[in-house]
Design a protein around this ligand. Structure first.
Ligand code: NDP
Length: 482
């Protein structure tokens, strides 16, 4: 009999109003665990405790806060193998990606541990004689964190670490499909020297407990990563209470391959960018915009590389691409494979359900050819191991196709021309731009976020995170006569 994964409410691990079973998408006979669903009363209790604990935490000395974040980060990195295995088991990404994600999550905490000591304000003279001004940042209060399943540990960590660093309380609603990783991270955080109730875990469905969380006037700020419709709904709920919001909502990223590109590099970048994480990344290369002079040679290598990819159980040695996360995601992906063909695209390979020794949500990676940028497969985020090739006649046309999207998270160019690389870097309308690098894969010490439908509110990560997790106070001081 498995122990139920419980919620962390006001500093105590408690059972919920119901339970959900979590199964391994690589092997549906493998039950990862059973997880409690939080109730509305528990949410209220934990928000009340969070407000109290936040005041206490904000008063901790900076080295004490730093020690807490450093301990969380160090433990995550030390346990990357174990927790990465758990993550891959419940989410379906290959083990190397699971371990890498947990290690990276640890780095978010160690980075923000150091930031605890780097919170400098500004000072200035007033326009009034004898008056000085001190500008400093203070915590926003209680932050609701709503995270997705595709990076269950890293996305949560890049939100939780700065939230704690800047003195806030955290109430975390993880995706209900990846609760085991959430419980594991919460156990590590809760074991530290923090006030009781500073950090809470409330598991349950987004429509239910998630919606109650974002509608609560006890929440001062909401950081969300997920889909555009849910993000818009959260923003509408937040505005009713004038709650601060920050949202990251996916994209339709393009990788432009120029006629002067190193084609082997371009294919490697395209394969990694399109099929890493089974294509379930907001930074995935889902549009490959290829110059006609190298189109045929690129396509030949791309299709061969795609067909050679080893799809299998996430924990099996040699697996390059795991299953997709759920039956719903698989159904949507297969529907997109059919849609593309009905729109006139040629599915050169893949895009079909795969039977494996274990029952799971497997499909083959697919490449669409002869596509145009107005097709739905090139406009909607599919979150699938499917990518499209769009043939263009010039660099100018490539840039215009890259920018012709409602999204704007990442874009990349593969070129040996410094002039084109420079022009692209300056004119691609995305929050992140890469040159001869994948569209996916970013650093933690610099801003992350996009434009258009991809993001809303202040940037995440690096020092930029302070904008969201703090509020500014301007103090005027008149010392009076000596
Ligand atoms: P959602 O946007 O539904 O879920 C993201 C998070 O929001 C989850 O924790 C979810 O909880 C929660 N949530 C859902 N509804 C509400 C609500 N009304 N109020 C508060 N929280 C809520 O994404 P899905 O997981 O359903 O994925 C659907 C699509 O979204 C994908 O196919 C992909 O296109 C996109 N997506 C983009 C991501 C990105 O990185 N930008 C990440 C994930 C998805 P729960 O899951 O428990 O219901």
């Amino acid at each position: 009999m498995q122990e139920t994964g419980r919620n962390l409410i006001a500093g105590e691990w408690v059972s919920g109003i119901s339970e959900v079973e979590n199964r391994n998408p690589s092997d549906l006979s493998d039950v990862v665990g059973v997880f409690a669903q939080a109730s509305a009363d528990q949410l209220h209790d934990t928000l009340t405790a969070a407000a109290r604990a936040q005041t206490e935490w904000a008063a901790y000395g900076m080295e004490r806060k730093q020690g807490v974040l450093m301990a969380i980060g160090t433990e995550l990195m030390a346990r990357a193998e174990e927790l990465g295995t758990l993550l891959s088991r419940e989410e379906g990404k290959p083990l190397a990606e699971g371990k890498g994600e947990v290690f990276r999550a640890g780095q978010f905490f160690t980075y923000y541990a150091a930031e605890c000591l780097r919170q400098l304000g500004e000072n200035a003279d007033s326009v009034r004689e004898g008056v000085e001004i001190d500008v400093r940042r203070e915590p926003v209060g209680t932050v609701a964190i709503i995270s997705p399943w595709n990076f269950p540990t890293a996305t949560a960590s890049w939100k939780i670490a700065p939230a704690l660093c800047y003195g806030n309380a955290v109430v975390w609603k993880p995706a209900n499909i990846t609760p085991a990783s959430a419980v594991a991270l919460s156990e590590i955080i809760n074991r530290q020297d923090i006030p009781k109730g500073l950090f809470s875990l409330v598991m349950g469905s987004g429509r239910d407990i998630g919606q109650q969380l974002v509608e609560s006037p006890m929440v001062n700020a909401i950081s969300f990563t997920g889909s555009v419709p849910v993000g818009k709904g959260i923003a509408s709920a937040a505005i009713q209470n004038l709650t601060k919001v920050q949202m990251e909502m996916g994209s339709k990223n393009a990788l432009a391959v120029m006629d002067d590109a190193d084609l082997d590099l371009a294919v490697t970048l395209a394969l990694g960018g399109a099929f890493g994480g089974t294509g379930q990344k907001c930074t995935a290369s889902s549009r490959l915009v290829v110059h006609e002079a190298v189109h045929d040679a690129f396509v030949e290598k791309l299709v061969a590389g795609t067909q050679a990819m080893k799809v299998g159980h996430a924990l099996q040695e040699g697996t390059q691409m795991g299953p997709v996360v759920s039956q719903q995601q698989l159904d949507e992906n297969l529907a997109y494979a059919a849609l593309g063909q009905s729109e006139g695209a040629e599915l050169a390979c893949g895009g079909v359900r795969l039977e494996m020794p274990h029952e799971g949500f497997y499909m083959s990676p697919g490449v669409f050819l002869n596509t145009t940028n107005d097709m739905r497969i090139n406009r909607e985020e599919m979150f699938a191991p499917l990518t499209s090739v769009i043939k263009v006649g010039s660099y100018d046309e490539a840039l215009s196709v890259v920018n012709d999207t409602n999204f704007g998270l990442t874009s990349g160019i593969v070129t040996t021309s410094l002039a084109r690389a420079t022009h692209f870097r300056r004119n691609a309308r995305t929050g992140v731009v890469t040159v001869n690098l994948p569209t996916a894969g970013t650093d933690y010490h610099v801003p992350f976020g996009g434009r258009g439908d991809s993001s809303y509110g202040p940037r995440e990560q690096g020092k930029a995170a302070a904008e969201f997790y703090t509020t500014v106070k301007t103090a005027y001081i008149s010392a009076g006569p000596v």
